[in-house]
Each structure stands twice: as structure tokens, then as C-alpha cells.
Ligand binder design. Structure first.
Ligand SMILES: [Zn+2]
Length: 500
């Protein structure tokens, strides 16, 4: 937005750890210019105003890790562990055209906005190969929607079966031959597409910027990871990888590299403030120390971690050892929702099954900080979003305090983190522009979006029938392999008992 705007009379959460104060927010050219006592802004009566009476005003939530392609994949993933999901993902994400990529991103963005999230790190995929057009289609969808985003292609130069030859050999014929014949993306073509997309980025980078995401270290050769890092450096791209999300990754990581995944990434020189690590479950205290010392941000994704049975990240230990932590929803295909309020509540509550020591539980203020300031660093915007403070972007969410969870009102942040499910989201502003008004997204026709999504899902499901049958045939073998690794003793505890 251009010019000035006054958001007046709201109960403003400027610091998650302190009691919110009734205040006016003066916004200029999309940024917060001043926070003043109610009625004390002294601005001209001609300045447009938003009445925030009976509203809790919080910084827009920041989603540190999701996948745009999950939007069109809702409901397609069975009760499987991570590797079972990855084995099936070509059948879920295949055959998509540019319109499908944009549609899936729009579906993801719409749910995020409606649930109070104003920015996301999208680790996005285009099967079989990322293209400049595909990345621009996704970015264009976010621009039209009015949500802030990092569009970060999910890259690998190895297939699942090249990453885990042991899994391949566990398959019977003819499944083994079929899996062995799968081709990984050609690394040079992949990096060239990202290079071109980032070089000729046609969008305002302060709103939607390019990123890069070597998806899982074991799925990427060292040379490929280094190629990604070079591009990140050259184009100033935030970089993200899935780190030790599953026990399988951690176990085979040590076997391959003779050291932990984190130690290996450190040796390659990949740990830096530019990097964020999604999940980070099966990591030791030494790993946490390495990540913290390098200024990495870990992204906690409790929804999908539970859905896929991956484990529970050691979030308290991360915070105690100085590692910055953000919160992500992960894709709508493996967490079934983009509701960051729910992910934030789980971040708080899951810490309580890790220890009986109440002082080490994640409290409401810590959880809210992670879902705002913490995630913002993963997007490379730690100094611009995630806080209500002068100089920060006016990315704001107004929550209706008449909703039952706020009645009576005693401790707004606690009531928010422990109780909010998005039902109280009244208005959402991005850079001072209202994009959600009384729960309705203003930038899109939601009824049309629903029709388009159903038509695309029906068409894609028909096109992917063969792939789905192959994935179903593969499933018992992949499950048996994962289960075997899951029961193998390992020196790092990923928050999951061996058998429950
Ligand atoms: Zn993910």
C-alpha cells in the first residue's frame, strides 16, 4: 500500500512475553511507522482507519516450511511413513501443467491467509524437472493472492532408490527392476533452470522471492549440494533442506558419511545463516551445537511429524543450546492442513511429553515467537517480518476477541496459542493491504477456486492411475523396510519410543 493507514484501538501483541497493550498502529507505505497509545497518534483525520476495537492484533504468522504442491494433493496420502509417502509422490505430483502448479500454490496460500499466516517458505516441486516457467507460475500465484513467499524448488539428483540401495534390493522383481529404471533429474539441467528463474525473476523480491532447496542430503550428491549452495550465494537465495526428518535418514546418513548428517553438511561448508533445516528430529546435541554456531534456523513441523510417525524434534534442547527455531505446517498432503495455529499449539504441547520438568516445556510466548520471528529468519526476512515494531512490515492479523476461547480474557497470548484454531481470524493485512476481510479472501473467487481444484484433482487422478497402482504394489515392501529400520537401535532418540 502507498500512503498512511491507522489501525486503531486494538490489543496489540508487540512482545509475546509481555501483556498486550491497547494501542494504535500507524502504517506508512506498507510498514509500521509508529506504535502509540490509543488515540495519541495525532494523525490527520483524513488518514484511512481500520477499527481494531475488540481485536487482538498479532504479527502475521510465518510458515517456515511447506510445499505448494501439497494443495492439490490433499487426501491422497495413506497412513504411511515418510519414505512410503516419497515412493508414492510421483503418482501424486505427476502430470501437472503450469496451471496446476499455480492452482496448487493458490490453494495452499488461501488456507494460510484464512488461518492468519502472511508469509511462507514454499519448497515446491515440479515433476520431473523444475522449469523457469513453473517457478514463475507458482510465484505469480502468490503475487496475485497477496501473500509473501519464498518459492524454493525442491531438488535432488538421486531417486529414493538411489538414495537407499538397500531399499531397492529389498524389493522383489519386477518391482525392483521398475524402481531401478527410475531416472533422477539431470543435475545440470536442474541447476540451470533455477539459475535462469532466479536471474530473470519478474516479481518484486520484497514480496515473493526465489529460494533453493536440495531436498534431502541423502538424495543429493555432494557436488549437487555444493552447486545449490553456489546458486544460493550468487542470487542471495534462502536455502532449505529436510534434515534428519526420519530415523532412516539419520541411520543411513551415518552409514554413508561415517558421521552425522549435520557433521557432513558442516564439512561441506553448507551450514550458514542462509540455511534452514526442516524437521531436524534425529539429531544429537553436538549436531544442535553445530547448527546453532553457524546461525542456521531449524523448522519444527509437528503436524506432519506426527502424521508420518517421524518422531518429535528436540525443540527445548535446540532453544537451550542457542539454535533458532521456527514453525512450519509442511505440505497439505502430509499434514492435511496449513493451519499454523495448530502447528504452534502442537509445538507447545509436544514439549510436555518429552519431559516432566515444567520449566523445560515450551510456553505460549516461546511458541508464538517461533511461529513468527523464528520462521521469518528462514525466509531471509528476519529483520522485516514476524514482529509488530517500527520499521517492520505491516503484516498483521486481527483476531475477534468475542470468540469463545477469549471469553473471559485473562492471558491473551496463552489463550491464543493454546486455543486458537483460526476461527477468530477477522482481518489479515499484508504490507498494509487488507487481503482477508471478515474471514473472506478478497483477492480470489473462492467458489471458482473450489471448482477448479476439484476438476484438476479428478483429471490428474485419472492421468496418474498407473503410477498409483505401482505405488500401491510397492507399499508393503517399502513399509516393511522402513519398519525394520525404525526398530533398529540408534544412539539418537527422535522422541519416538521403539514400540508403543
Ligand atoms: Zn517437507
Amino acid at each position: 500500500m502507498k500512503g498512511r493507514l491507522l489501525v486503531e484501538g486494538g490489543l496489540v501483541v508487540a512482545d509475546a512475553a509481555s501483556a498486550p497493550q491497547a494501542a494504535d498502529l500507524l502504517i506508512e507505505d506498507g510498514r509500521i511507522l509508529a506504535i502509540t497509545e490509543r488515540g495519541a497518534s495525532g494523525v490527520d483525520a483524513a488518514v484511512p482507519r481500520i477499527d481494531a476495537t475488540d481485536r487482538l492484533v498479532i504479527p502475521g504468522l510465518v510458515n517456515g516450511h511447506t510445499h505448494a504442491h501439497g494443495g492439490l494433493g490433499r487426501g491422497a496420502v495413506d497412513d504411511v511413513a515418510l519414505e512410503g509417502f516419497l515412493a508414492a509422490s510421483p503418482a501424486i505430483n505427476g502430470q501437472r501443467g503450469l496451471d496446476d502448479l499455480a492452482l496448487s500454490a493458490t490453494l495452499t496460500g488461501v488456507e494460510l491467509l484464512k488461518k492468519g499466516c502472511t508469509a511462507l517458505f514454499d519448497m515446491t516441486t515440479q515433476f520431473p524437472l523444475p522449469t523457469t516457467e513453473g517457478l514463475h507460475a507458482v510465484a505469480g500465484a502468490y503475487m496475485r493472492l497477496g501473500i509473501r513467499a519464498v518459492v524454493s524448488p525442491m531438488l535432488a539428483d538421486r531417486t529414493l532408490y538411489q538414495a537407499y540401495p538397500e531399499l531397492l534390493s529389498s524389493l522383489p522383481e519386477p518391482l525392483r527392476a521398475g524402481a531401478a529404471a527410475l531416472k533422477a533429474t539431470l543435475p545440470d539441467a536442474c541447476l540451470a533452470a533455477v539459475d535462469a528463474a532466479a536471474r530473470d525473476w519478474p516479481f518484486d523480491r520484497s514480496r515473493v522471492r526465489p529460494g533453493i532447496a536440495p531436498t534431502i542430503p541423502l538424495h543429493c550428491s555432494d557436488e549437487f549440494m555444493l552447486g545449490c549452495a553456489r546458486l544460493a550465494q550468487a542470487h542471495d537465495l534462502p536455502m532449505q533442506t529436510h534434515l534428519a526428518e526420519s530415523k532412516m535418514q539419520a541411520v543411513f546418513g551415518e552409514q554413508r558419511y561415517g558421521k552425522s548428517l549435520v557433521a557432513h553438511l558442516a564439512e561441506l561448508g553448507l551450514l550458514s545463516p542462509r540455511l534452514s533445516t526442516a524437521h531436524s528430529i534425529w539429531i544429537s546435541d553436538d549436531d544442535i551445537d553445530r547448527l546453532a554456531a553457524a546461525g542456521v534456523t531449524a523448522i519444527h513441523n509437528p503436524l506432519s511429524n506426527l502424521r508420518l510417525g517421524s518422531g518429535i524434534a528436540p525443540v527445548r534442547r535446540m532453544l537451550e543450546r542457542g539454535l533458532r527455531v521456527g514453525v512450519g505446517s509442511d505440505g497439505a498432503n502430509t499434514s492435511d492442513t496449513q493451519n499454523l495455529f495448530e502447528a504452534t499449539r502442537l509445538a507447545a504441547f509436544l514439549s510436555r511429553v518429552m519431559t516432566p520438568d515444567e520449566d523445560r516445556w515450551i510456553n505460549a510466548a516461546e511458541a508464538l515467537r517461533m511461529a513468527t520471528e523464528g520462521s521469518a529468519h528462514a525466509l531471509g526476512w528476519g529483520d522485516r517480518i514476524g514482529r509488530i515494531a517500527p520499521g517492520f512490515e505491516a503484516d498483521l492479523v486481527l483476531l475477534d476477541l468475542a470468540q469463545p476461547i477469549y471469553v473471559p480474557l485473562r492471558h491473551p497470548v496463552r489463550q491464543l496459542v493454546h486455543g486458537e484454531n483460526g476461527a477468530a481470524v477477522d482481518r489479515v493485512l499484508v504490507a498494509g493491504d487488507v487481503v482477508v476481510d471478515r474471514g473472506r479472501v478478497l483477492t480470489i473467487d473462492e467458489a471458482q477456486l473450489r471448482r477448479d481444484a476439484q476438476a484438476a484433482a479428478d483429471r490428474l487422478d485419472a492421468l496418474n492411475t498407473e503410477g498409483r497402482h505401482l505405488a500401491q504394489a510397492m507399499r508393503p515392501w517399502v513399509s516393511a523396510f522402513c519398519c525394520g529400520i525404525g526398530r533398529t537401535p540408534f544412539h539418537v532418540h527422535g522422541g519416538r519410543p521403539l514400540d508403543g
